[in-house]
Design a protein around this ligand. Sequence first.
Ligand code: ADP
Ligand code: MG
Length: 354
Amino acid sequence: MTPRITSSLAAITLAALLAGCSQPAPETQVQHTQFLAFGTLTELTLADVDEQRAAEAVQALEQDFRIMEGAWHAWKPGPVTRANWLLGEQRRFAAPPSVVPLVKVSQELAAKSDNLFNPAIGGLIQLWGFQSDDSTVSRAPPDPAAIAKLVAANPRMSDITVDGFMLSSRNPAVQMDFGAIGKGYGIDLAIDHLRQLGIDNAIVNSGGDLRAIGDKGGQPWRIAIRGADGNGVLGVVDVKGDDSVFTSGNYERVFEWQGKRYHHILDPRTGYPAQGTRSVTVIHHSATVADAAATALFVAGPKDWPRIAAQLGVDQVLLVDDDNVAHMTPAMAKRVTLSDPGMVTRITELPTLP
Ligand code: ADP
Ligand code: MG
């Protein structure tokens, strides 16, 4: 069971670095509450909400996140592990209702990303030891033959058929892992829930990935983008209205072996950690799309990302490559302020799709 931090620890200031840093108008009351979810610190920021409604919202969202974490966990026994076992057995079975919407949206985004975002590679993620709470422990990388075998089996979300209530796969190698999209999908549901509760000015921030709606007493929310090394702030953007800001980086869940670093974003084409990119930040209305796209563009790398971004329909992208060059779309360049004004930047137009 994941330990939980209650609202009494709201004074912890880590998330203040990540979101909502600008000075509110004096009369605007901003409340921060933190708890653990999806294996990371999750922070709810509310502006202009009375205490009773804020307490209601915090309770509701803590419960939502607890349920979602259990429903989509990739390795703790639950609906996904059960479904994966039945998929591996080539069975046709009653699909867990909590999993079906994620399967469907993942199928769509996997197809649009040329399967660079591929949540069917759970077998590979497990082989690398990333389906573990101890994924940073030093260990030897997997046997190359075992990696090659899983890559050759070519598991894809399109191998899965959702037929009414039933789920099946034509490929026994398909194992679902929603690590690259679950947080985004969960944040979208959390924002829907806040709106149902009558809250229109808020940030839901899970480990630095977030969606912000409304504003802070008429002022935009100021959002910090995590640095490419996982520390510090790469830049800031203002959000007023509704936007999600998601970053995928090679600094999370990393282990070292014989002087080499291995991180957790795998290239489904090679079976090895994706090369050439340090971090990708995507801004998009939907947190689900932003999350999946950040992972897909990380895998696509400094050359291929514009085409995949166009296919995914995301037009605000910031990719930092291994040489520390910041590649940006014009729309991203317009709104981001980089912390290091001397950083080499390259503005790239997205291609028009045929
Ligand atoms: P984070 O959530 O840590 O910010 P991501 O959103 O990029 O990072 O998700 C990374 C996680 O997604 C990995 O830990 C793994 O579970 C899963 N994953 C790794 N590579 C891929 C991939 N190519 N497609 C889909 N999921 C992936
Ligand atoms: Mg992601």
